[in-house]
Design a protein around this ligand. Structure first.
Ligand code: PLP
Length: 397
């Protein structure tokens, strides 16, 4: 039996594989500190779970919901994007999905023809490249470099635009580097998009987790609302990864396309989970704010700790909950350093190359873990690298 040819084009998200290897190691009795997964270690705030539970048990929201989301949630999202991002959108432009990932899939499926080019940040969330290729497009990496504080180099982005370019993907705050686009970067990308008639997929899933400067949503700029798909969701801001709830805010001309794709793939998003999401947006924000404050404290701890390790350097991330330290001075591949730290130190991080070829030389550590665990991990990493320098021997499975 043979798979469809296109399966040779699809990528994956290695975080899930690394987590499985870490769990296999734990099953042998080893203690592993998990810094690989991009999810808040907090519980979903209680009022959100209560609202979902009420919808399930009392309101019996157990039937098919409208494909693109229940009306109160679409209205709450339209209000929320106005409040936090300044985006003017009607509820009709809001497409609710099981997690935000389907928005990437639908954007590429709906807009990318065979051979169309998609410019995306590299290193970056691996699904941009995977989906662009899967639908027959050409994924064109825009390298993010440490020397540029891991921001997209907008002049370089413009130089990558060709007659076949159809879309630019942006992600600010950025996974895996924690970088942000400055307002000037965003304005320049908007100018490029308008001049070359491109669509922008603006991944703002870490928008509430920006620690410096004011975020600027590209959809708010003149001429951009009609060419921007803004992606956001509940996983990161409200610690709701397991709920699978996200959304896109799309121009009117795309709403029907997204609706069709939802109907053809998932029919809709869990009804009672959506009731929880309404409470997340309209209820108290103190838990979300407290998580944000805690991330700021942990960011300082991990960045300082990494920079104190000989041979390691780490720029200060400006958002999200990832540190992206440079390990190139060890003269090994990122993959081998990641393996060494897992099998020698019992610390699971991700190779920078899990986010594209321009991630070579780096590792990603998620600081969505307790301060105690982060401190213990830093100590173990320091010892393990010192041992590597002494013996030259890499640990592996
Ligand atoms: N975008 C980025 C940059 C992410 O890091 C993630 C999750 O890790 C997502 C989107 C998708 O999140 P979800 O599908 O859980 O909403």
């Amino acid at each position: 039996m043979k798979l469809a040819n296109r399966m040779g084009l699809i990528g994956t998200e290695t975080a899930f594989e690394a987590a499985a290897r870490a769990r296999a190691l734990e099953a042998t009795g080893r203690d592993v500190i998990h810094l690989e997964i991009g999810e808040p270690d907090f519980d979903t705030p209680r009022h959100i779970s209560e609202a979902a539970s009420h919808a399930l048990l009392d309101e019996k929201m157990t039937h098919y919901p409208p494909a693109v989301g229940i009306a109160p949630l679409r209205a709450a999202i339209a209000n929320d994007v106005k409040r936090w991002k300044g985006i003017d959108a009607t509820p009709d432009q809001v497409i609710v999905t099981p997690g935000a990932k389907p928005i990437m899939f639908y954007a590429m499926l709906g807009l990318i023809n065979e051979g169309d080019e998609v410019i995306y940040p590299n290193p970056g969330f691996p699904i941009y490249e995977s989906m662009a290729r899967y639908v027959g497009g050409v994924a064109v990496p825009a390298p993010l470099r440490e020397a540029n504080d891991f921001r997209m180099d907008v002049a370089e982005v413009e130089s990558l635009v060709t007659d076949r370019t159809r879309m630019i993907v942006t992600n600010s705050p950025h996974n895996p580097t924690g970088s942000i686009l400055t307002p000037d970067d965003v304005r320049e990308i908007a100018r490029i998009a308008i001049e070359h008639d491109l669509v922008v997929l603006a991944d703002e899933i870490y928008g509430r987790l920006q620690y410096e400067g004011e975020p600027l949503s590209i959809a708010t700029l003149p001429g951009m609302a009609e060419r921007t798909i803004t992606l956001d969701g509940f996983s990161k801001t409200f610690a709701m990864t397991g709920w699978r709830l996200g959304y896109g805010v799309v121009p009117d001309w795309l709403a029907q396309t997204f609706s069709r794709l939802v109907i053809n793939s998932v029919s809709g998003t869990n009804a009672f989970a959506q009731a929880g999401a309404v409470a997340a947006l309209t209820g108290p924000q103190d838990s979300a704010d407290a998580m944000r404050t805690e991330f700021i404290g942990r960011r300082a701890l991990i960045v300082e700790g990494l920079n104190a390790i000989p041979g390691v350097s780490c720029v200060m991330p400006h958002g999200a909950f990832y540190a992206f330290p440079n390990f190139s001075s060890f003269g090994r591949t990122s993959n081998s350093i990641a393996d060494h730290l897992l099998y020698d130190a019992g610390v699971c991080g991700l190779s920078g190359t899990a986010f594209g070829s321009y991630g070579e030389g780096y590792l990603r550590f998620s600081y969505a873990n307790s301060r105690e665990k982060l401190s213990a991990a830093l100590e173990r990493i320091g010892e393990s690298l010192a041992k590597l320098e002494r013996t030259g021997e890499l640990a592996h499975a």
